[in-house]
Design a protein around this ligand. Structure first.
Ligand code: NAD
Length: 274
């Protein structure tokens, strides 16, 4: 499978589809990431919070895949925000991953109540300038949080990784990201499997194309231009979720999926989550 790349605002290329490992325990991460790499994924999304950077790193090392063909993302956890703390947390993530650089480093949540994401961004700028992260970005940032970074920093986040699926389509935030050259990456792209994959509209479109509901929803994301990182630990589903480049949804399909918006999140509200 050839996964197309998107070009980030600093020229770095990122696969449009990757593999997420949230809630995969460290001792299962090596197996799951190995399955994903064998299936053909080259982009892996982890985080310090997930406590599986070591297992992920072991799979990357054992794969024998050249480092420049891999795209590794990790994230800074909320309690490690602040300039010095972020530099230390980044070093610890690199060491757990067993890497000398990552491809993308993200501030996991803005945590506006702490009000430290601006100084944290300064640390990420330095990590980027040193070449230890080929690109830097944010996650769960609302327009107001992004605007504060634009106001004080010449480095625009390459990516904003946000909750995004047919129930929460994030039109305003996607438009704001695009207007400022920030790529939108969808977390819980399948809505965590709950409800979205059983929705009658999704089932009907899947049946029409001879595809699965998960493939239908991933195809919707790709056609909107989102970067996606579906998660599964089931080998058949890991392969299924990558096999989404041999068909296309038409305007009727896209219109039917557009109507699934409910505005209901599966995760926390970024404005209040601490
Ligand atoms: P997801 O939408 O990828 O759903 C995963 C679940 O959907 C699986 O656990 C499984 O139950 C089901 N599933 C997966 N493939 C399927 C298939 N082919 N058929 C049927 N069911 C299937 O949800 P997620 O894991 O929450 O999100 C994906 C990734 O996004 C995470 O692993 C993580 O890397 C990232 N993430 C980031 C944040 C953040 O705050 N930045 C938050 C949550 C998740």
């Amino acid at each position: 499978t050839r996964v197309p790349d998107v070009t980030l605002n600093n020229g770095t290329r990122m696969p449009q589809l990757g593999f997420g490992v949230y809630l995969v325990p460290d001792d299962e991460a090596e197996q799951a990431v190995t399955e994903a790499l064998e299936a053909g994924y080259r982009s892996i999304d982890t985080a310090a919070l997930y406590e599986n950077e070591k297992g992920t790193g072991r799979a990357l090392a054992a794969s024998g895949i050249p480092r420049d063909e891999l795209f590794v993302t990790t994230k800074l956890w909320n309690t490690e925000q602040g300039y010095d703390a972020a530099l230390r947390a980044f070093d610890a993530s690199l060491s757990r991953l067993g890497l000398d650089h990552v491809d993308l480093y993200l501030i996991h949540w803005p945590v506006p109540a702490r009000d430290t994401y601006v100084e944290t961004w300064r640390a990420l700028e330095e990590i980027h300038a040193d070449g230890r992260a080929r690109a830097i970005g944010v996650s769960n940032f609302q327009p107001a949080h992004l605007q504060r970074l634009f106001d004080v920093s010449g480095v625009v986040p390459a990516v904003n990784q946000i909750e995004l699926h047919p129930r929460l389509q994030q039109d305003a935030l996607r438009a704001f990201d695009a207007e400022h050259g920030v790529a939108t990456e969808a977390w819980s792209p399948l809505g965590r499997g709950n409800g979205v994959l059983d929705d009658p509209a999704v089932l009907a479109i899947a049946e029409k194309h001879g595809r699965t509901p998960a493939q239908t929803v991933l195809r919707w994301h790709l056609q909107l231009g989102n970067v996606v990182i579906p998660k599964s630990v089931t080998p058949a589903r890991i392969r299924e979720n990558l096999d989404v480049f041999g068909f296309a949804l038409d305007e009727d399909d896209m219109g039917a999926l557009r109507r699934l918006e409910t505005g209901v999140r599966v995760g926390p509200d970024p404005d209040t989550f601490a």
